[in-house]
Design a protein around this ligand. Sequence first.
Ligand code: PMP
Length: 420
Amino acid sequence: MSQTDMTIFEKLESEVRSYCRSFPTVFTKAKGYKMWDEKGTEYIDFFSGAGALNYGHNDPTMKAKLVDYILSDGITHSLDMATAPKAEFLTTFNDVILKPRNLDYKVMFPGPTGTNTVESALKLARKVTGRTDIISFTNGFHGMTIGALSVTGNAFKRKGAGIPLQNVVTMPYDSFVNDNLDTLEYLERFLEDGGSGVEIPAAMILETVQGEGGINAASFEWLQRVEQICKRWGILLIVDDVQAGVGRTGTFFSFEKAGIKPDIVCMSKSIGGYGLPLAITLIRPDLDIWAPGEHNGTFRGNNHAFVTATAALSYWKDENFEKDIQEKSERIFKFLERIVADYPELKGEAKGRGYMVGISSEVEGLSGQIAAEAFDRGLIMETSGPKDEVFKLFPPLIIDDEGLEKGFKIIEDSVKAVLG
Ligand code: PMP
């Protein structure tokens, strides 16, 4: 097979390209937790499309349903017209996910991406409350459009975009637990101080585990206190579950174990199930005051994605699926803790929850070197955090023991090689 000239990307694609720099090869094929490039090299995928492939690549059931649908000339594009795949998705999502968890959200289709759901949530919170301020958190990541970027606590991503930070207050994330600085107490004092003319915010937006910001997992206690403050002051709680949702932290929604019920939930990435673009905004029913067409978009709901998204929900009908994720999560975390203990030169810390974990190294540049070494040895994983200080383990939820063990071995060999 002739091989693609890698200089094509340099010559023709914008300088903004990133993953093709971190993983410099041409990928051709993928199945489950494995990917192959055009040279035939096999890679273990500990990246999962940045969380868009929680069910792995080319899941056979989803593929069969999609192929059948395409062969039957099923409708592809339909804006937000009524279609059978949309009805099936809504019904299955309600029956399999919402009802058993005592949740009764209305489902909005805001556009195809995570950024779209965040934008719709921020807009709705302002519309419902009639207020404008939004509280966001340091190292939070919510998307790349101007609105979503303004609540994203990442200087590099914001640099040069000329973001007006009006009406957004960024507070330290879960520093209550991490730094002995009680952010939430500080926030409450601020809100109580009516004399200074402090405006009550419309919403708080947060990730329960920050993905791009360095795999920072907020404690359940902190999340519960956030919810209490929101209730006390009539502030809407928006949980951005774009990356942490769909099982990534061990439960379908990342906030389930904390026992909180956000007013609005943002989901995308793995909700489509097959790597197909789909986003949903879950809205507490009494907040669903949108006028028809007030928020629209050409690609609101992709019927191919509805077909695979519905098929993906079958995994959640089997209670062993969740148990298996949680059991394997413990093993993954134990592995990370052992690496941190066995290689003190890493100056590492094991972080995260579920299948959303990593090691943060205090040694500058080390995590990036380990990820690059792992790629050369056949494992795909990325780095995250403000200084790319975390190498991030994001295997698909369907990975088997053999895949995990192979991945662990490559990581340990890479750590050894980089530390010399
Ligand atoms: N929110 C979070 C938590 C994310 O991780 C991301 C993507 N990394 C987004 C929003 C934006 O999603 P998208 O890239 O699909 O627009």
